[in-house]
Each structure stands twice: as C-alpha cells, then as structure tokens.
Design a protein around this ligand. Structure first.
Ligand code: GDP
Length: 322
C-alpha cells in the first residue's frame, strides 16, 4: 500500500531532517523530488505542481531556513499540505491532535438513506456489505436494498452478503435485505423499475424500523447517460441523505476521471476508495478531493467483510511520510 510513494517521500524527508541548515537550493531540490514522486504515483500533474508550489512558498516565506530545526519545520509543512490534499484541514484538539469525526451523519428519526454509486467492478456491492457490518457493530439496524437490476446475480450477491454480515459480524444491530430479483426481467424494458424497487425498499425500511437504508445501484463499465439518468431518477425518488461514490484505487487517473463525471451528475457527499490494500500507487487518494471536492470517507483494504477503514487524512499523510 503506497509503497513507492512512501519510500520516496521518506527519502526526501530523511535528507532534509538530517541537515542542520537548509538552503533555498535544498528546498527547491527536495520539491523537485517530491513532484517526481507524486507524478510517479499517478497524481494529476496540476495537483502535483500546485502542491509543490504551495510548500515552496510556505517554506521560503516562513523563514524556515533560519529556524532552529529547519528539517522538522519542512516536514511539518509537507505533512500539513498532504493532509489538505487528502481531505482538508482537520479540527485539532487542545494538544494539536486531529479530532477524528464520525464519517457518517445519521438522521433522526431514521432511516438515514445512503445511496451507493460507482462503476461496475469498483467494489460497490462489497462495500455495501462492509458498511452494513460497520454500522451493525455500532448498534444500527441496517437494510441493504438491491437496486442494481441489471442481473439477478447482482441481487443475489447482495442478499448473500446481507446474510453473511448478519451472521458473522458481532454487534447489536440487525442487517436486513430488500431485493426483487423478478424485477430484473423487466429492467431495460420498463423505465423506472429501479425507482420502484428503491421506493418499496424505503417503505419496508420504515416498517421494519431500520436506522439506515443502503441502496446498491446499477453500475456500468463506463460512465454513460443511461446510467446517470437512472441514478438521478433513484436519487430524486428517495432523496438520499448521503450519496457515496465508490472508486477503485488501482485505476488511478481513470478513477479520478470517472469520479469527475459522477460528481457532475450527482450531489456526492463522499467517496469510498476500494482496493487500497492492493498495489495502488496512491494517485487517486491524493487527487480525488481536489477534483471531486468531496472527502474520502472510507477505504476498502481487502475482500473480507471487515476490511473497511475510516479514512483519516492525517493518518494517511503520516503513512506517506513514514
Ligand atoms: P461492483 O461491481 O462494483 O459491485 O463490485 P464488487 O463489489 O462485486 O467487487 C468487485 C471485486 O473487487 C470483487 O472481487 C471484490 O471482492 C473486490 N473488492 C472489493 N473491494 C475490495 C477491496 O477493498 N480490496 C480488494 N483487494 N478487493 C476488493
């Protein structure tokens, strides 16, 4: 995870921290190395350029060079800029530690409606199951609804996951399922079938006292008008409190480009970055906030149900800096 990027950053930081004095030349040289590391990690060119410019301006402007520990000061500036890039400034407590906020805002009375969107294969359905487990552990009753009606197998996949979470994840919450596989036959012929299923899922979630309703929606291999039209219809029908976009960290810039397209069509509230355990170069994590404007809420770190972590910018920034 982030192996190369982290190694490169560590190298640059080690060089800086080992020096008693730092010249403007040293700072510029380090920023050239940082820029190169970011580009290799598949960070968007403009984002990498802006990052290095900001660090340079701050470092040269804050008389870092004349300070007692210039290396440490530089590392702090780079860390803080990485945090911003990864998701913005986090609130700090009195001792300067980041205050980590709950990633999910629950509404009262429930159900809190969360709509998941994303391309096929991004890990959307798996993430629905992981999120249900995350919430079950926190005492929430969750209903998973299969609004991806392209294939009956997709409905079954979510049902299997829902049962698995209910049985395997410990927690006082309950995980329920709403799916209408027979509707898959109508899908594609009758407009609005996914909307009908979403509406019925909402009714059922209310009747069964679910605190959260998570809607798994259709994906496609590529962004297209049909997909976006359907997602907008479902969204207009049930008015989700939060819409998450699931993107695959391994696909780097492609992930960011599809995120841009989803962002243009839907009011996204956050991103789940999956496959962060794999050999991702990190570019998507470092670019998505800047491009989409919404923070990463969770990262998927494996195929298992518990392989979901809250995303905290400062922790990832520290991981990158080593
Ligand atoms: P969907 O088409 O977007 O619903 O994608 P799926 O949920 O079916 O996932 C596609 C594949 O990615 C499956 O093989 C999942 O096990 C795998 N997957 C999902 N999330 C992760 C993750 O965080 N890490 C890894 N390594 N694999 C994942």
């Amino acid at each position: 995870m982030l192996g190369n990027l982290s190694e490169k950053f560590e190298g640059v930081m080690r060089k800086l921290s080992g020096q008693a004095t730092i010249s403007e030349g040293n700072v510029r040289e380090s920023m050239d190395e940082v820029r190169e590391a970011l580009l290799e990690a598949d960070v968007h060119y403009e984002v990498a350029e802006a990052f290095c410019e900001t660090v340079l301006t701050e470092a040269l402007g804050e008389s870092v060079l004349k300070s007692v520990e210039p290396g440490q000061q530089m590392i702090k500036i780079v860390h803080d800029e990485l945090v911003k890039l990864l998701g913005g400034e986090e609130a700090m407590d009195d001792e300067g530690r980041p205050i980590e906020r709950e990633p999910i805002m629950y509404v009262q009375p429930g159900p809190t409606i969360i709509m998941m969107s994303g391309l096929q294969g991004s890990g959307k359905t798996t993430t629905c199951g992981k999120l249900a487990g995350y919430m079950k552990k926190r005492g929430k009753n969750v209903m998973l609804a299969a609004c991806d009606l392209q294939r009956p197998a997709a409905v079954t996949q979510l049902e299997v996951l829902a049962n698995q979470v209910e049985q395997e994840v410990e927690g006082s919450g309950k995980v329920m399922f709403h799916g209408e596989p027979e509707k898959c036959a109508e899908y594609g012929q009758a407009v609005g079938v996914a909307v009908q299923v979403a509406n019925r899922a909402l009714e059922s979630a209310k009747l069964q006292g679910a605190d959260v309703l998570i809607l798994d929606t259709a994906g496609r291999l590529h962004v297209n008008d049909e997909l976006m039209g359907e997602l907008r219809q479902v969204s207009n029908a049930v008015n989700p409190h939060q819409i998450y976009l699931v993107i695959d960290a391994m696909t780097g810039q492609d992930a960011v480009n599809s995120a841009k397209a989803f962002h243009a069509q839907l009011e996204l509230d956050g991103v789940v970055l999956t496959k962060f355990d794999s050999d991702t170069r990190g570019g998507a994590a470092l670019t998505v906030k800047k491009i989409v404007g919404e923070p990463i809420k969770f990262i998927g770190v494996g195929e298992k149900l518990d392989a979901l972590e809250e995303f905290h910018a400062s922790r990832i920034a520290s991981r990158i800096l080593g």
